[in-house]
Design a protein. Structure first.
Length: 331
């Protein structure tokens, strides 16, 4: 009987020892190991996802190159636009892009031989193809929209911090607008930031960075920028002086769609011109307006967006806080 009790006591002691918990050091080691493994998995997953997205973009571009070549062979011209609407216009083609990817298409049917260039934006990398090269190349098309061949030259984007990659210290607002801020965007492939404000009445304006030392009075300048405003709103552009006194005429861009749209125009500054602004001209309902991806160049040719972060381009000073320049490789 005593022997049996001793066996039971020994068994209970051994059971107690076998269920002893982890020490603090052991728990910390396990936590660190799990964190490291999670970080490695996350980085690997992002890398695989990024490579997959780029592979899809490149495959799509190769298919599109064949599609455009066939169109040109049949019609003796390249299409005049990429139109994937339910009622496409004449002499257009639908170049379907993969999810999360957008295209910028430019062409020149007046050139001999005819030319085209198409840029694919997927949010992490940019590639382009043209009539001579079906192999996607890192970079963007920096050609004009149409009409008259432009030789390869170096162009400069005179807009400072044009994609709002850094805080919008040199961008300003005016008029009936509130809650002005640099905000992140997720619905415009190739861009991560925008300048925004709540338009509370007609006349609200968002203006690009200071250009007083860059613009020459009487010369012509071209602007391309991405804008977004509530559907049905009227949007326009206008120039301003350093004091915010708006002397330039209000020139319509058109009616906002509620989604991002590309605006292109030219202007001739006076001696006082310092900024170019997106102007809200009224709507049945007011709301947030956005602007980003500005390329301001000398001359009357409109270019697709590029800055010092674009392949082949460089900043003239501090990254995202200076002008930038690069080759006109699109056409």
């Amino acid at each position: 009987m005593h022997k049996q009790n001793r066996n039971i006591s020994a068994h209970a002691k051994n059971s107690k020892q076998s269920f002893s918990g982890f020490t603090i050091v052991e728990l910390l080691i396990v936590t660190v190991v799990i964190a490291i493994m999670a970080a490695i998995t996350f980085v690997s997953f992002n890398g695989i996802t990024g490579r997959a997205r780029e592979a899809v973009s490149m495959a799509n571009l190769k298919n599109v190159h064949g599609q455009l070549a066939v169109f040109q062979a049949v019609n003796s011209t390249f299409p005049v636009a990429n139109d994937c609407t339910s009622t496409p216009a004449a002499n257009t083609v639908c170049l379907a892009a993969a999810s999360g990817t957008s295209y910028q298409y430019i062409f020149d049917n007046a050139a001999s031989p005819q030319t085209f260039c198409l840029t694919s934006w997927n949010g992490s990398a940019n590639y382009y193809i043209n009539q001579d090269n079906s192999r996607p190349t890192t970079g963007v098309c920096i050609g004009h929209v149409a009409g008259g061949a432009t030789p390869p030259v170096t162009i400069s984007n005179l807009s400072v911090n044009p994609a709002l990659t850094a805080n919008a210290t040199s961008w300003v607002s005016a008029g009936t607008i509130a809650s002005v801020a640099r905000v992140s965007v997720g619905d415009l492939p190739g861009f991560a930031w925008a300048y925004s404000g709540n338009a509370t009445a007609s006349g609200a304006r968002l203006c690009v960075g200071d250009g007083s030392s860059l613009l020459v009075s009487g010369d012509t300048y071209a602007v391309t920028m991405w804008v977004k405003a509530p559907a049905g709103a009227g949007i326009a552009w206008q120039t301003t002086d350093s004091a915010g006194t708006f002397y330039g005429s209000v020139t319509s861009i058109g009616t906002a769609t509620g989604a991002w749209q590309k605006a292109q125009f030219t202007f001739v500054p006076t001696g006082a011109t310092i900024r170019v602004c997106l102007r809200f001209t009224g709507s049945v309902s007011y709301g947030i307006i956005y602007m980003t991806g500005v390329i301001l160049t000398s001359g009357n040719t409109s270019y697709n967006y590029a800055d010092g972060n674009t392949s082949g381009w460089s900043w003239s000073g501090t990254s995202n806080n200076s002008t930038s320049s690069g080759p006109n490789t699109g056409l």
